[in-house]
Design a protein around this ligand. Sequence first.
Ligand SMILES: Cc1cc2nc3c(=O)[nH]c(=O)nc-3n(C[C@H](O)[C@H](O)[C@H](O)COP(=O)(O)OP(=O)(O)OC[C@H]3O[C@@H](n4cnc5c(N)ncnc54)[C@H](O)[C@@H]3O)c2cc1C
Length: 246
Amino acid sequence: MGAKKLRVNLLRYTPNPQEAVAMGAKLCYSAAGIEDLKHGIEAGSQDAFLERLMEFGHFSPIEHASFTFGIEGVSRSLLAQITRHRIASFSVKSQRYVSEASGAKEEEVFGYIIPPRITALGPEAVKEFEAQMGQIQEWYDGWVEKLGSSGKSTNEDARFILPNAAETKMMVTMNARELLHFFNLRCCNRAQWEIRALAAEMLRLVREAAPILFGEAGPGCLKGSCPEGKMSCGKINEVREKFKNI
Ligand SMILES: Cc1cc2nc3c(=O)[nH]c(=O)nc-3n(C[C@H](O)[C@H](O)[C@H](O)COP(=O)(O)OP(=O)(O)OC[C@H]3O[C@@H](n4cnc5c(N)ncnc54)[C@H](O)[C@@H]3O)c2cc1C
């Protein structure tokens, strides 16, 4: 257990996601039957058509492509933020069914995330943070013992002592339209560092799988002026460069 790092896996996605989107979009503009459309799409490249679709912002067909991520090494603090995205689907490791109690090893501590600014303060700061996590582990174990080690009903109360830093794991599914919206908000420098790092990694993965759908994805400032106004980070060129090469 102990300190954990972000890990993101693109577990599954709609097969041929760009073809599925092209099919939905072509249906809107064509008198042909479904079978003819399907053959037409399989017969040739849809890249130019899709590029135009993305440029027009005709986004309802991109809802036909879905992407499922396995996410580990993130905090409960991140969980509170990502679950605000209501169009996404979530499965999250339970703190009721899964105990955080120490194992056989005395030094074992539940998983947690160390904020990079604390790490940057140096080894003493990290040691202090880890000691605090160790203290919380002792408190947690103490409540498990007092509550009678009775599984779910004990875990669900003992967890009240756990911090926002506690690690969680989740599976998240979003369609391409929701992903574009998520990237727009969460790749922005105004977003909190942990969800920003997660969003950037998710974008890198889906851009590989569907380069046209996500080629221009990222924070709002990639396509125009910064939408954050007075709250702008003032680093538009740096941000554009980062998301061009992600
Ligand atoms: C930098 C930053 C700071 C933030 N700070 C705070 C904060 O201090 N406090 C706080 O509470 N939250 C905060 N949030 C969270 C924010 O308010 C949103 O809850 C979160 O970003 C999800 O956005 P969303 O609702 O657009 O997304 P989603 O839930 O993914 O929805 C996508 C879109 O679908 C539409 N939609 C979804 N549900 C409805 C509905 N019920 N009715 C109408 N339209 C709907 C909307 O157009 C919406 O934009 C912050 C977010 C960011 C990025």
